[in-house]
Structures are given as C-alpha cells and as structure tokens.
Design a protein around this ligand. Sequence first.
Ligand SMILES: NC(=O)c1ccc[n+]([C@@H]2O[C@H](COP(=O)([O-])OP(=O)(O)OC[C@H]3O[C@@H](n4cnc5c(N)ncnc54)[C@H](O)[C@@H]3O)[C@@H](O)[C@H]2O)c1
Length: 353
Amino acid sequence: MKQIGIIGAGAIGQKHAEAARDAGAAVRWIADTSFARAAELAEKFGGAPCDSADTVLNDDAVDAMVIGVPNRLHHPLAIAALKAGKDLLLEKPMALTASQCEEINDVATRTGRIVQIGFVHRYTAVGKLAKQVVDEGRLGHIYHAKAHLHIRRGVPGLGKWFTTKSVAGGGALIDVGVHLIDLALSTLGYPEVADVSGQVYSTFGRRMRGYVYENMWAGPPDWDGVCDVEDAAHAFIRFRNGATLELDVAWAGNFPEPAIPASLMGFFGDAGGMTFELFGDHATLTSERDGALVDERLEAPAAEPFRDQFADFLRSIETREVTGANGCQGEVVQRIVDEIYLNSLPQQAAVEA
Ligand SMILES: NC(=O)c1ccc[n+]([C@@H]2O[C@H](COP(=O)([O-])OP(=O)(O)OC[C@H]3O[C@@H](n4cnc5c(N)ncnc54)[C@H](O)[C@@H]3O)[C@@H](O)[C@H]2O)c1
C-alpha cells in the first residue's frame, strides 16, 4: 500500500486525505503549521499529525506527497519533495509563474519522479463525459470553445491569503481560471497555443469594507487585510490549429441572473456542439439530423472526482506515467495565465478614487 504524506490540512487537505483513504492508499503523515488542524484531520482519516513538511520529507517510508498549501509554497515544497525522492500530487495552480513550473518539471525529470497537478474538474461527471464525447468524434472538428464561470459575489477569504498577490499569485484567474483552462485544453487534447490576449479586473474585492457578499468560502473576511488581486478575467486564446477558446471567469461581478448562467463550458464543432454546466449532471449535444436541428440530453455517469483523481495518481505511481494532468500541462496553463496578467492594462481605479 502506498504511503502518503499530505502537506496542508486545510480545505483541500481534507479532500485529499479522504480521497487517499477511499482510493486505497495509507495516509502516513498529515503536516500543517497548525498542528491542531493536522491532528483533527489525522483523527478522521488516519496517519500521524506533524507541524512541519520536513518531517514528511525526511521519512524514507513515504512514497508520495500531496501538496495543498497556499500557492506561494507550491514551488519550494514541490522541489524539496522531488529532491527527497517523493512522487507528487501538487495542487493547482502548479506554481506562481511558468518559469517556476518549468523548474519543477526539470527537477522531476532529473529525479525520475512524477508530478500530477490537481486539476480535478477532469474527473467530474460532466468533465469525463465531455472528454468521451469529443474523443468519439461526435462534434467533428472543434473550432471554438467557451469556458465561463460567473459568481456574483464570491471573493474567497477576503483580506486573507487568497486575495494577497504575493501569496496567491493573483485572484480569480489563477484560482479558478486555471481549472477552466485545463478542462478546455484537456478536452481538446492540449492543442498548441498560438497567442493569448486578455484583461483582468479588480473591481469589487478592493472595496473591502464596502464589499457586499453572498458567500465567502475560505473563511470569514479580514476587513483590515489585503486585497490586491483581480476578481475577474476575460481572455481569448488562439491555437495553432485555428481553434479558439474564450475564457470568462469571475469571483465577483454585476451579473443578472439568470441572463448569464453561473457556469458554462461549450465545445463547438462542424458536426455538433456540446454545452454543460461545470457542476452539472448532463451535457446538451446540439446537431443536425435528417434535415432538422436537434438537441440531445446526455446524462453524465456518476463520479467521485477527488477519489478518482487520487486513484489515477496511484496508477501513475505504479506505471511511472502520469495519465491525469501532468506537469507539462500545468506549465502550459500557467503560461496562459502569465500572458493574461502580462497583457492586462492598468485599470482605471474607480473604487480607489
Ligand atoms: N483542486 C481544487 O479544487 C482546489 C480547491 C481548493 C483549494 N485548492 C488549492 O489548494 C491549496 C490550499 O487551499 P485551501 O483552500 O486548502 O487553503 P486553506 O487555507 O484552507 O489551507 C491551507 C493550509 O495550509 C497550511 N499551511 C500553510 N503553510 C504551511 C506550511 N509551510 N506547511 C504546512 N502547512 C502549511 C495552513 O495552515 C492551512 O491549514 C491552494 O493552492 C488552492 O489553490 C484546490
């Protein structure tokens, strides 16, 4: 049974501890700088709690590590884990920049270790269905894709690490945008990117005390904290094969409901189109049959995304080949993110006036 060390006992650490257990691995360590949090998780899912990643890095019995800590720590901890001879399930975003991702990939190659990135949307019911439909060729040649996620007011943990650029690397784009980019690209078979244009917007979170919210995942706001990241991003990505991807992601925006659906993934081909909601249970296939336009509802088979992702990781450890999201794909996603940040013009700071 593979021995797993989990670094980070926060929201995602809990998901991975449960997934590791359900996929048939042994959780050996749960490390968190908050020992209490590590202990709470170890109590539930097994393993021993500790308050430092070093304990896990120095344990030769650990086969693989899961890194689920704030984004800034992904790069240094990933490098340390690989150098310590551990295989790695590394949470998204892979790192803060593409050059950090490149470095992680170089070390993985040199050490012969595998790196899988936590792009878990590939394992949702609709994520799997979409890939199957595209791979079966039911859409024909796909010329365009859309990836949209609109949250009316959902800046996470306002004022804390998710909204602090030096720790998170950015806001909605690097947090949830990366999931959408990977889901679109993996469904399309990772076509080569030709160019990227885009703009990020920092409109709502920066109001801090004036920010009215509907939900606040990642904990209650720290009104005296920092928010120097974007809460929305819009981008257009062209691939060398002539296909395009329109990305539209927001933690916050003035979105009328239901005029704009909360989430929409769409793939449009010359033989058919497919749309679905990110957390949905079906896709709609749109095509022509016998001279008429038809819409077909495709039910998505049930899935356990985190468990299935972990099972894939365990298989990859055995076969030494990553079948899920690999480090090179994580780097491609990060390059797109880097480009969008680089492309973005400074915004007129209306809220700061
Ligand atoms: N794949 C997904 O769907 C998904 C969902 C949520 C979060 N994430 C990613 O997981 C990571 C963590 O997010 P979260 O929501 O769990 O955050 P969180 O704030 O809930 O948890 C982070 C934990 O890391 C701990 N920590 C901080 N520094 C540490 C260190 N040096 N060593 C050990 N532990 C340390 C903190 O004490 C905290 O318990 C982020 O990169 C985030 O992008 C991915």
